[in-house]
Design a protein. Structure first.
Length: 310
């Protein structure tokens, strides 16, 4: 028997989303059914500690075109998304979050752009009024800084919610790095891209698993994955400080030659020592960030462990 080709793969990571499973499946299938194309929903349970898995298995009875990948523990969203993409069989692949912050109706726009020949259709949040001021400003700052120093620019306010074709997915799968900053990986591969604008909703249920510290580390992953400027900048900082030191040193020597030895200077001495100590530690810290990542990368561990597939 000839198995029907899957046109659309919806890929969704679930981490402690027991309240969202039914709602998500209901809303997503309502939208995708209208398209009249064979589709699958690939759900990755990222080591949830609540009843997400049971809920997913239960939902599969109503939605047989669900595929459930169950991780052996929590590996993080980027790993869950990677797994979902690895298992997706469709010609068009659409990653989306489980919390319905990104409206499923956009999928229709994605598909119509796809039909116009775009290989990537991204969704850009034009209205982040549902995010806190702190999250908004830090996100803005991150995009600015990232795009200033990284070779791969990421479009601002564009998340993982998008459509990619099989061709793009194949290209992305060539990148098997352990530090997976998906936004960067999506951007890195390129391809003809269209942008759909939308307003981001509040979470329908449950709560975010990204607090300040996690977001900070996420930002560090993003920057270190796509830029080596934080490493190289020390050459210039060092050169600049050496130049200032040379000027100041020349001034001191000249002054001593003209006016003789001048013993006071405790405050300036201490300031300079502490300042340079601080600068050096920051430099070492930057080195540490990269060396730590090289270390993790060199182990070549798998990105995730699948316990079961359903
Ligand atoms: N998620 C995941 N693993 C994690 C954290 C989150 O798979 O360790 C999933 C989560 O279930 C959701 C998506 O990633 O589907 C986005 O998470 P969240 O809504 O908490 O992030 P935010 O929208 O606040 O950035
Ligand atoms: Mg969310």
């Amino acid at each position: 028997m000839h198995k029907q080709q899957i046109a659309i793969s919806i890929v969704c990571p679930f981490f402690n989303e027991e309240k969202m499973v039914d709602l998500f499946m209901k809303e997503i299938t309502a939208v995708v059914n209208e398209l009249n194309k064979p589709f699958e929903v690939v759900c990755v349970n990222d080591g949830s500690t609540d009843n997400t898995l049971a809920k997913l298995l239960q939902a599969k009875e109503d939605y047989p075109n669900m595929k459930i990948i169950n991780f052996s523990r929590n590996f993080g969203k980027e790993a869950a998304l990677t797994a979902g993409l690895d298992y997706a069989k469709g010609e068009m692949i659409i990653p989306i979050d489980a919390d319905l912050q990104d409206p499923p109706e956009l999928i229709k726009d994605f598909i119509s752009y796809r039909e116009k020949g775009y290989d990537v259709v991204v969704a850009k949040r034009v209205d982040r009024s549902t995010d806190s001021i702190l999250k908004k400003t830090t996100a803005q700052l991150f995009y600015k800084l990232h795009n200033k120093i990284a070779q791969t620019k990421i479009p601002d306010n564009v998340g993982d919610y998008r459509l990619i074709t099989r061709k793009v997915l194949n290209a992305m799968q060539e990148l098997r790095e352990n530090q997976r900053f998906m936004k960067g990986i999506f951007a890195w591969v390129g391809f003809k891209t269209a942008t759909v604008e939308y307003k981001r909703n509040n979470r329908k249920a449950g709560k975010t698993s990204y607090n300040g510290w996690k977001l900070w580390n996420f930002a560090l992953d993003g920057i270190t994955s796509f830029s080596n400027i934080p490493l190289r900048i020390w050459l210039y900082i060092g050169t600049f400080i050496s130049f200032l030191t040379f000027l100041y040193g020349s001034f001191i020597i000249a002054r001593t030659l003209i006016w003789g030895v001048d013993v006071p200077g405790y405050a300036s001495l201490l300031t300079v020592i502490l300042f340079l100590g601080g600068i050096q530690l920051i430099g070492i810290g930057a080195l540490g960030e990269y060396i730590g990542r090289i270390y993790m990368e060199s182990k070549k561990r798998p990105l995730y462990i699948v316990e079961d597939e359903y």
